[in-house]
Design a protein around this ligand. Structure first.
Ligand code: FEO
Length: 394
């Protein structure tokens, strides 16, 4: 790739990672990702905003060569996570005259994680502005999108927001600007679910603050840029603020078919009552899809067989994940089976203390589910429908 024009004086100099399959050794990346770095060339000074993952250091160097960047005044580190900052030491070697700008909290993180020399760092206050001549960098501290030190950088003369992880997507595409709304929506929702959802309250405050800025271009650190920012900002408002949907997510595993029969019966019972049922077979391994479905679900029903007296480990993992992601669920239950005993229900419930949910009576069959068990599943579907109706979910 070569540098690409974002707007007058601003170029994309990032890297597209078409083949990355896993992020943080945790998050599946079915569509790859990108690390977006930007060159901001003012009439008097030059800044680089964000860098790239260390795996892509050579590509960043090639971009800087292609853009013929001889001197840099500022390198802006909006975020300390290594996919943004990992090449900072290399950049400070390449441009020793540059001052590294970051939030006060980021300074310690960059020193701790990357051994960046403290004397090369200048911290910037919330709202502080740095002039590049005909363009200005205004720093907006935005804790918890994604880490506590994170900030955004705004260029008022271009109505451009470098939004760091916020409004991003793990989506490798040759389109500089978003051009396929439905594909982008799914990628951005998946990304929000995996990375942003635990910080919903912080995000809603940041959205409120950003409403006062004139933003025509959003340039995130991952995925395509937005030249119609209302699309992604409205999506974030909906994901963070709207009531959950009339939807039940059913993460489950079935070893010998009993739990699967109960899941199937539950899906039918919910569908008969006009409720969207989304089964998620955990053996698929795509926890990102599960996270995405949890963004707007009102209810989760975990389906588990009993393994060594407890829940199946994949179901326990799903419970731990849901607990960490803190979706806006309102109700929860468990269905499954056992052969000679166990504490699957108690153990699963102990794994989700962060979920502020009302627990509906679990249905656990002894062995193969009989008619009475299936009627109990029907009763669970009816109870969920009553709760959703009381909560006015649509
Ligand atoms: Fe793109 Fe929080 O890293």
């Amino acid at each position: 790739m070569r540098p690409r024009r974002v707007c007058d004086g601003v170029q994309w100099i990032g890297s597209i990672d078409w083949n990355r399959a896993l992020f943080d050794e945790l998050i599946p990346l079915p569509d790859g990702t990108s690390y977006n770095a930007y060159l901001v060339s003012g009439s008097e000074k030059t800044a680089i905003v964000e860098t790239v993952d260390p795996e892509k250091a050579a590509e960043l160097c090639a971009m800087l060569d292609a853009a013929d960047v001889q001197e840099v005044d500022y390198i802006v580190a909006n975020h300390g996570e290594q996919d943004h900052s990992g090449t900072l030491p290399m950049m400070m070697d390449r441009y020793p005259e540059a001052t590294l700008l970051c939030s006060p909290k980021a300074k310690g993180i960059l020193v701790d994680l990357l051994d960046v020399p403290e004397e090369s760092i200048r911290t910037v206050a919330d709202g502080e502005k740095v002039s590049l001549g005909d363009m200005t960098l205004e720093f907006i501290h935005a804790p918890w999108v994604h880490w506590p030190e994170t900030m955004l950088t705004y260029v008022p003369e271009r109505s451009l927001l470098f939004s760091c992880d916020m409004f991003g997507s793990h989506l490798a595409t040759s389109d500089l600007f978003a051009s396929d709304p439905s594909r982008l929506y799914r990628a951005a929702k998946r990304y929000y679910a995996e990375i942003m959802m635990p910080f919903r309250n912080h995000i809603s405050k940041h959205l409120e603050r950003l409403a006062a800025y004139d933003i025509q271009i959003i340039a995130p650190s991952h995925g395509p840029l937005h030249d119609s920012p209302a699309f992604i900002m409205d999506a974030y408002r909906s994901w963070t603020l709207d009531a959950p949907s009339n939807k039940v997510v059913i993460p489950y595993v079935s070893m010998h078919g009993s739990t699967a029969i109960m899941v199937d019966r539950l899906i039918s019972g919910l569908a008969d009552r006009g409720i969207a049922a989304v089964p998620h077979h955990l053996s698929s391994g795509d926890t990102g899809r599960l996270a995405m479905e949890l963004v707007d679900a009102a209810t989760v029903v975990l389906g588990t067989p009993t393994v060594l007296a407890g829940p199946h480990p994949l179901v326990a993992y799903a419970a731990i994940l849901a607990n960490a992601l803190r979706p806006k669920l309102q109700f929860a239950s468990i269905i499954g089976s056992y052969s000679w005993g166990g504490k699957a229900v108690d153990q699963l419930m102990s794994l989700v203390p962060n979920l502020k949910v009302q627990v509906l009576d679990p249905v656990i069959a002894k062995g193969y589910p009989r008619e009475a068990d299936l009627q109990a599943v029907d009763a669970l579907a009816a109870a969920i429908a009553d709760k959703h109706a009381e909560a006015n979910l649509s």
